[in-house]
Design a protein around this ligand. Structure first.
Ligand code: SF4
Length: 217
């Protein structure tokens, strides 16, 4: 059964998931863990001195980061963000499994904590797929509807939401079908070459093309 992060990877590029599975390279690295950890320390970070914040893996200067944290504290759902009912909750859904980094109750809402930076608006497309997968897995376990998943970007002190709209569900189901097809066939490379620049598998995946080019020029 695929994990939530498998689905996010496949939504970015199915071939990337193929390489990650082949190399058994699917766990979070140290830097990812450090940045995720920030999501569990917001109240303490809001009061931290600038020199302490400057030593942490945050993406803003200390005054800007603290201003963002103050804005978060003004949200209606701040208690669920700062002090969730559950942390690192394992979920086994009907079609996929994984960890919800936080879960709040009444109503149940899971959270995915991203180690990265947010887009200008909303949530990156692969993370939307992961958020839907997480919300549906929680709904399956609780046997009750879950309407959204929070996505936190703690290094930027930004929290967004992904709702289970028809469009988001369709994208999730398409990705699930792609992952299932991988049992039978090697998945295609993405057509969007811009994605390959930051891909850890560009050597095995695109290396042949580059070496051919280097022989020609
Ligand atoms: S190099 Fe590009 S096509 Fe290949 S796995 Fe990475 S993102 Fe996908």
């Amino acid at each position: 059964m695929p994990t939530f992060s498998d689905l996010a990877r496949a939504a970015y590029c199915p071939r990337q998931l193929y390489y990650a599975r082949r190399d058994d390279d699917r766990g979070p690295g140290e830097r990812t863990r450090e940045r995720r950890e920030l999501a569990f320390r917001y109240p303490a970070l809001a009061d931290a001195p600038p020199e302490r914040l400057a030593a942490l893996p945050v993406d803003l200067d200390p005054p800007a980061y603290r201003a963002r944290l103050r804005a978060l504290a003004g949200r209606d759902d701040w208690p669920a963000i700062a002090d969730p009912d559950g942390r690192a909750v394992r979920l086994d859904g009907k079609d996929c499994r994984g960890v919800a980094h936080k879960v709040s109750e009444a109503p149940p809402v899971p959270t995915f904590v991203s180690p990265g930076r947010p887009p200008d608006r909303g949530v990156w497309a692969p993370q939307r797929v992961r958020a839907v997968a997480t919300a549906l897995a929680l709904a399956w376990e609780r046997e009750q509807p879950v309407e959204r998943c929070r996505v936190e970007y703690p290094a930027s002190a930004v929290v967004r939401s992904v709702r289970l709209t028809g469009g988001n569900r369709r994208r999730y189901r398409r990705t699930l079908r792609t992952v299932r097809r991988m049992e039978r066939e090697t998945p295609p490379r993405t057509d969007d070459h811009a994605k390959c620049g930051s891909c850890p598998y560009r050597e095995p995946c695109r290396g042949k093309t580059r070496s051919l080019r280097s022989r020609l020029f």
